[in-house]
Design a protein around this ligand. Structure first.
Ligand code: GCB
Length: 601
């Protein structure tokens, strides 16, 4: 699905702003005709944003069930000669959309875009009403999985409670931009780009599709607008002489102009996109970017901020990007779901290597922190065929959405699943086969530290193994000496049983900003520094470790729990994006690791 853009043949109109909003605890909105008649007693709500933390109401924050959003807009008359599309960047989790009271589209995925052709539903000389019903419930047929229970309050009302497996607050609402846009009646429907290079020559392979009859033309332009390659047809392979390769240190983007010309020679449709020429491979236990070994330094992140929750916010996004660069990071993982498309566009521009993750988090018998014994979820039917199909759909849609980003170097299929069950092998093999059919990027799966390398049924199938490790925190709490020993032992076992390289996808400790103690104890800033330094000593002795991503970039909100102090405090930055002491530790290490980048281990 192409990102909406204003081009010489297309127009866009944002619907972001203040919408009407109403809770619907008894799910009566449809019965009462809200899509056609309007919301009867709404309040104001910003879009994009989570609704949970905007007001001071406890009910709103912990609300589980249906909520409604509504806005109105006029459209310029000239739009009615074109096809009009309505597109949502993401709505968490289930959305039903009406235009002027008529059903336009439903979507079951809280972290991926969806759209509908709405031309026939629009009013030409009047105000158009767009209504969205959002449901934030989770089931074991969805990702992430969860469960809702109901109880009767003393007043006789039904109160729903969400039981989730994952360690981030179940923020909900219209989370990403909402856009109306036009496409010509016959238009470009998809563009897929793959890049490579041979010596000084860049190779750009494109596959483009057009809904009508007409020839597609491609032109590659430099930043300065100089044409360097052209091609024609559904598929084309173009060569760029003296290519400037894309990398985090040199995030050079070319522009690919895609056009379709009609019989009269006029341009029928035009869609430009940024492309970066680069090659990613996993070979001899190394991650190669443009044939050079690269060591990943960076963070597991979240889309999370005070007040706006998971609502996309360009202000926070830019602050995060600059803070990561400042700290010397070259990468991040979109833990634990696909991030806004705008984040990947910026990663392309600023230069980050992104591990792009699905929303498959918590396919386990336990919530977080998962300690002790794990019970089965694959073999006892908890993970159903419907969940498997949902996972597959997510993977396919993620690849379709993100495949053209040079920043995306790897697909992460899931975080911390019950991969010690033999049934997991078939489940993951099916996903992996599908990914390999569609794209040649390396595949990763991320493991919980309770998964034993000798008894993991999935790691042997992937290209890169992700490990989340908390020895000295969740095990032997506060004892870094024991933590170091156990970490060393664990990583050595992975190294000895698997051939693939390992990225440490999580390591970190909860740290309350401003809490200090000498000698250190858990939760102090000193302990966070010592924990990281201890872990780094171990990583540096492990040839299989090709990257380290600290958990987490910033403090983030979780559900209330005895092990969480107003959220998860493992951030290197606070939730308002100011540094803890450990930022300096990472910066000193990561900025002096240039050599390691270039030569690998
Ligand atoms: C994990 C999870 C992550 C949690 C983290 C923690 O292993 O992948 O979602 O937030 O541990 O802090 O416990």
């Amino acid at each position: 699905m192409l990102y909406p853009k204003t081009t010489t043949t297309r127009q866009t109109k944002t619907l972001d702003g203040i919408w009407n909003f109403q809770l619907d605890a008894n799910s009566l909105g449809e019965e009462h005709g809200w899509p056609a008649q309007g919301l009867p007693s709404s309040i104001h709500m910003p879009v994009p944003s989570s609704f949970n933390d905007i007001t001071t109401s406890q009910e709103m924050r912990d609300y589980v069930g249906d909520v409604w959003y509504e806005t109105t807009t006029y459209l310029p008359n000239e739009w009615f000669t074109e096809t009009v599309m309505l597109r949502f960047g993401a709505v968490s989790h289930t959305a039903t959309v009406w235009v002027n009271g008529a059903l336009a589209v439903t979507n079951h995925n809280g972290f991926l875009p969806f759209e509908a052709k709405i031309t026939p539903l629009l009013i030409k000389n009047g105000l158009n009403r767009i209504t969205v019903k959002v449901n934030n419930e989770l089931t074991w047929d969805m990702l992430p999985p969860g469960e809702v229970t109901e109880e009767k309050t003393p007043e006789g009302e039904v109160k729903k409670t969400l039981h989730q497996q994952h360690d981030f607050f179940n923020y909900a609402g219209i989370h990403r931009p909402v856009t109306l846009y036009t496409v010509p009646k016959e238009h470009i429907t998809s563009v897929q780009v793959d890049t490579d290079f041979n010596g000084e020559t860049g190779i750009v392979s494109v596959e483009g599709h057009f809904s009508g009859r007409g020839e597609i033309h491609y032109e590659v332009l430099t930043k300065e607008g100089q044409s360097v390659a052209t091609g024609t047809g559904t598929t084309a392979s173009m060569s760029i002489p003296h290519v400037q390769l894309w990398s985090p240190d040199h995030p050079y983007l070319y522009k690919l102009d895609v056009t379709v010309t009609g019989e009269d020679g006029n341009i029928v449709d035009h869609y430009p996109l940024n492309i970066g020429v680069r090659k990613v491979e996993v070979k001899n236990r190394q991650l190669l970017l443009n044939h050079e070994p690269v060591y990943l330094k960076g963070f597991g992140k979240h889309e999370d901020a005070d007040v706006r929750g998971k609502g996309h916010d360009p202000v926070m996004m830019m602050r995060d990007m600059y803070l990561m660069k400042e700290t010397g990071a070259n990468s991040f993982r979109t833990a634990h779901y696909p991030y806004a498309e705008e984040v990947l566009q910026m990663a392309d521009e600023i230069g980050f290597l992104v591990i792009d993750e699905t929303s498959a988090v918590g396919l386990l018998s336990q919530g977080v922190p998962a300690t002790g014994d794990l019970a089965p979820v694959f073999s006892n039917g908890r993970i159903s065929d419907r969940l498997a199909d949902y996972h597959m759909d997510t993977v396919i849609r993620l690849i379709e959405r993100d495949r053209n980003h040079p920043s995306v170097i790897m697909w992460s299929l899931s975080n911390e699943a019950s991969t010690m069950e033999p049934e997991a092998e078939v489940y993951y093999q099916r996903l992996i086969d599908e990914v390999r059919k569609r794209d040649r990027r390396p595949i990763m799966n991320v493991n919980l530290m309770l998964i034993e390398p000798e008894r993991c049924y999935v790691s042997k199938l992937v290209d890169v193994i992700g490990l989340n490790v908390y020895f000295g925190w969740y095990s032997t709490p506060g004892n870094l000496e024991a933590g170091k020993r156990d970490l060393t032992d664990y990583l050595e076992r992975w190294e000895n049983t698997h051939e693939q390289p390992v990225v440490i996808t999580e390591y970190g400790v909860d740290t309350v900003a401003g809490l200090h103690k000498m000698p250190s104890v858990m939760f102090t800033e000193e302990f966070q520094v010592e924990f990281l330094e201890t872990y780094h000593q171990v990583f540096d002795e492990m040839p299989s470790v090709i990257g380290e991503q600290v958990w987490n970039f910033a403090d983030f909100m979780t559900k209330q729990d005895t092990v969480r102090v107003d959220g998860n405090k493992k951030g290197i930055f606070t939730r308002d994006r100011q540094p803890k002491m450990a930022q300096a530790t990472l910066k000193a290490r990561w900025l002096s690791h240039k050599e390691r980048d270039r030569h690998g281990r």
